[in-house]
Design a protein around this ligand. Structure first.
Ligand SMILES: [Zn+2]
Length: 401
């Protein structure tokens, strides 16, 4: 069987370690061996990147393919599912171009995310591996304006909703624990699902080895999320010391989605965002930094997630910008930020045995960076696609420049 051997000057493994002068042997799309001294089987093509840094493909488990970053998310209501799917297909191509090899769709309308997924899998679109959560599960009249939601009330009904999303092909379960910035009729800090409902959903997801992610703001909703055993706290602002302590105890992972607030607040005075969004973001944005810093200090594991598609959060660059903000605003190390977008992000999609690190047995999803560029020295280099010279997905070169 013919294989491929990549020689790396420095390999960022994705698990917090690096290997100098590493060789990576790839066979049938899978990494079969990694090390400094491995023998090359016959019929192996050798690509020499011994002057370069190689790293795992980046993973962003939180985008919304039904949205494109326009200031008013309500405009989507005027678009057909067909149009959203065509636009979504273009958006996911941008992600791959920026080295994002796996993406999670964190709620979309009807079957749009599943259509995009199928278009990628059929080779119609040159996109990343794509794992949709289906619809967001919310209470009746809950926050779910994000292109359709599966409304459920009480633990039994929540189980019904989770089972429906699993049946539709969901690869994780997205829950709305509180109101939201982007829904005109809810307040971000008002809690919605109760602990027993969030717990029922999470247990149901775990039965089929899926993770639960819960959108939550405010002390009560965040606390409910953690106590219910939800796997990933999404947004989680403002994050109090009490809740950080609870997260440590319950091993909750944290996806702060800093970039979406950061980019949006730059446009608060432009007049294009809905008034209710500006008002709610102004309540939240100044309180993000403190909570994230404390969470990082306490050793809470971070997960990258951008909310790409939300106002001013554009596809591509935002994912690496989230890593930069984890470092610059949150005080995380570059390595911590990279792990948030590789190993931990893979875990949040229940894909930790297949992707997220460059190790034997994993899919060969690997980035080749430009000579002299190392994200451990400067995390911002990942925001320029020109610095990502080659993207391998399942061992195949899918982007080359
Ligand atoms: Zn979102």
């Amino acid at each position: 069987m013919s294989g491929l051997l990549l020689k790396a000057g420095t390999l960022i493994v994705g698990d917090g370690t690096t290997v100098k002068d590493a060789s990576i042997l790839i066979q049938a799309g899978t990494i079969s061996e990694v090390g400094q001294d491995i023998s090359t089987p016959p019929d192996t093509e050798i690509l020499d990147y011994s002057d370069r840094v190689l790293m795992p493909g980046i993973i962003d488990p939180h985008v919304h393919v039904c949205y494109d970053g326009s200031p008013n998310p309500e405009e989507v209501a005027l678009m057909s599912d067909e149009l959203l799917a065509i636009r979504g297909a273009r958006l996911v191509e941008i992600l791959l171009d920026y080295g994002i090899t796996t993406v999670g769709d964190a709620a979309g309308r009807n079957n749009v995310p599943f259509a995009v997924k199928e278009a990628i899998e059929k080779g119609i679109v040159n996109g990343p591996r794509y794992l949709p959560c289906g619809k967001m599960i919310t209470i009746s009249s809950g926050r779910g304006s994000l292109g359709g939601s599966n409304e459920a009330n009480g633990p039994d009904d929540v189980r019904r909703a989770v089972r429906e999303e699993i049946g539709r092909g969901a690869r994780y379960i997205k829950l709305a624990a509180t109101g939201a910035i982007s829904s005109p009729h809810t307040e971000s800090f008002n809690s919605q699902f109760d602990i027993d409902e969030l717990e029922a959903a999470t247990k149901e997801a775990h039965k089929v080895e899926l993770k639960s992610h819960a959108h939550a703001y405010g002390d009560v909703g965040i606390r409910n999320t953690i106590l219910a055993g939800v796997d990933v706290l999404v947004h989680g602002h403002p994050l109090s010391e009490e809740n950080i302590e609870l997260m440590k105890k319950h091993k909750t992972k944290y996806m702060p989605t800093i970039v979406t607030y950061y980019e949006s607040q730059l446009h608060h005075d432009d007049g294009d965002l809905p008034e209710y969004m500006v008002r709610k973001e102004r309540e939240i944005f100044p309180r993000i930094e403190e909570g994230v810093r404390k969470a990082v200090k306490a050793g809470i594991e971070l997960v990258v997630g951008t909310d790409s598609g939300m106002p001013y959060t554009y596809y591509g660059r935002s994912t690496a910008e989230e890593m930069e903000l984890m470092v610059r605003l949150g005080g995380a190390s570059e390595m911590t930020a990279i792990m948030a977008g590789t190993k931990n992000a893979a875990w949040s999609l229940s894909m930790e045995d297949k992707i997220g690190t460059v190790e034997a047995g994993k899919s060969a999803d690997i980035l080749v960076l430009a000579p002299g560029k190392n994200p451990l020295d400067d995390i911002t280099i990942l925001q320029e696609k020109e610095n990502i010279k080659k993207v391998f997905l399942r061992g195949k070169s899918v982007i080359e420049r």
